[in-house]
Design a protein around this ligand. Structure first.
Ligand SMILES: NC(=O)c1ccc[n+]([C@@H]2O[C@H](COP(=O)([O-])OP(=O)(O)OC[C@H]3O[C@@H](n4cnc5c(N)ncnc54)[C@H](OP(=O)(O)O)[C@@H]3O)[C@@H](O)[C@H]2O)c1
Length: 279
C-alpha cells in the first residue's frame, strides 16, 4: 500500500492503546503527518510531540485542520459517549470510518450518538499490542464496505495479528480469551514461579525459568504449527515427570477451572455491553 492509501487518522485518547497503535502504524511506515492525536490534557502534548515527531496534537476534535478519514476511539468506555457527542457536533463526512477500541460498547450505542449511517468497526485488542505481538478481534456490520474493513484491519494488524468475527456478541468471547488472556498467563507464571521457589529455587532463577519456558512454548507451538494436544503428547512420556504433573492438573479439573473463568469473563463483557445497549 502506498502513502496515498494511508489516509489521515485521528486518534482520540493517547493512553496505552492509542500510543501502541500509533507506534505500530509508524513502524509500518504510516506517515507521521497523517496521524493526529487528540489528548484533552494539554500538559501531555509536549511529551506526545517528542514521542511521535511529525504528528499533530490537538486538545479537542473540533481543532482538526481537515476531517480525518479514520477516527480511532481509544478512550475508556465511560468517556466514549461524551467524545461521541463532541464528534457529532462536527460536520464530519459521511464516509468517516470510526474504529472503536472501547470494551463492551456496542455498535448500536455509537449509531445513537453518531447517527445511524455511521461506519463503525469494533475491536478488541490486547496489551502485547505495545510490542507488536497483539491479538485483535474485529467486528463490523455487514453493510460496511470491504475497503473500510481492510483499512481497519491494516491499522490493527500494525500491532500484531487480527481475526474478524461474524457476530458482535463473539467479541465477548474474544474479550474473555485474548483481551483478558495476558493476565491469565501472568497469573499462571506467578503460580509457576512461586512453585519453583517452593521446590528450593531462588526467586530470580524461578522467574527466568518460568518466563523462558512460557516464551519458548509459545514460539515452539507457532513454529511447529500443530495442535496443542499433540504438542503436549510429544513431550509427555509414559511414567515420566511431565505425566505426573499433567495427571495432577487433570485430577484437579483444570479444564473446568479455565472454562469457568472464561465464561465468567464473557458473561461480564456481555453485562457491560447490555448496560450500553440502546436497542
Ligand atoms: N489496555 C487494554 O488491555 C485494552 C484491551 C482492549 C481494549 N481496550 C480499550 O482501549 C481503550 C483505551 O484503553 P487504554 O488502556 O489505552 O486507556 P488509557 O491508557 O486510560 O488511555 C485513555 C486516554 O484517553 C484520555 N481521554 C479521556 N477522555 C478524553 C477526551 N475527551 N479526549 C481525549 N482524550 C481523552 C485519557 O486521559 P485521562 O486519563 O486524563 O482521562 C487517557 O490518556 C478503552 O476503551 C479500553 O476498553 C484496552
Amino acid at each position: 500500500m502506498n502513502d496515498l492509501n494511508r489516509p489521515s487518522i485521528l486518534i482520540i485518547g493517547a493512553g496505552n492503546m492509542g500510543a501502541s497503535i500509533a507506534t505500530g502504524l509508524l513502524a509500518k511506515r504510516w506517515p507521521a503527518d497523517q496521524i493526529t492525536f487528540c489528548d484533552h490534557k494539554s500538559s501531555r502534548h509536549k511529551a506526545l510531540k517528542n514521542a511521535f515527531p511529525g504528528s499533530t496534537i490537538i486538545t479537542d476534535p473540533s481543532e482538526m485542520a481537515s476531517p480525518a478519514k479514520i477516527i480511532l476511539l481509544a478512550v475508556k468506555p465511560y468517556d466514549i459517549e461524551s467524545v461521541c457527542q463532541k464528534l457529532s457536533a462536527i460536520d464530519l463526512p459521511t464516509n468517516t470510518l470510526f474504529i472503536s477500541l472501547a470494551a463492551g460498547v456496542p455498535i448500536n450505542a455509537f449509531q445513537t450518538w453518531l447517527g445511524s449511517q455511521a461506519i463503525i468497526v469494533r475491536c478488541m485488542p490486547n496489551t502485547p499490542a505495545a510490542i507488536g505481538l497483539g491479538m485483535t478481534g474485529l467486528y463490523s456490520h455487514t453493510d460496511t464496505n470491504d475497503a473500510d474493513k481492510q483499512l481497519a484491519d491494516l491499522i490493527l494488524s500494525s500491532t500484531g495479528k487480527t481475526i474478524w468475527v461474524d457476530k458482535e456478541t463473539m467479541l465477548d468471547a474474544v474479550t474473555a480469551l485474548s483481551g483478558s488472556g495476558p493476565a491469565y498467563l501472568f497469573y499462571l507464571m506467578e503460580c509457576l514461579q512461586e512453585s519453583g521457589e517452593a521446590l528450593g529455587l531462588n526467586s530470580q532463577d524461578s522467574y527466568t525459568l518460568t518466563l523462558q519456558t512460557m516464551l519458548g512454548a509459545a514460539q515452539l507451538a507457532q513454529h511447529q504449527n500443530i495442535d496443542f494436544v499433540t504438542l503436549r503428547a510429544n513431550i509427555t512420556s509414559k511414567g515420566g515427570t511431565t505425566e505426573q504433573a499433567i495427571n495432577c492438573f487433570v485430577h484437579n479439573d483444570m479444564k473446568k477451572t479455565v472454562d469457568s473463568a472464561l465464561k465468567a469473563a464473557a458473561q461480564r463483557a456481555n453485562e457491560i455491553s447490555r448496560s450500553f445497549n440502546r436497542e
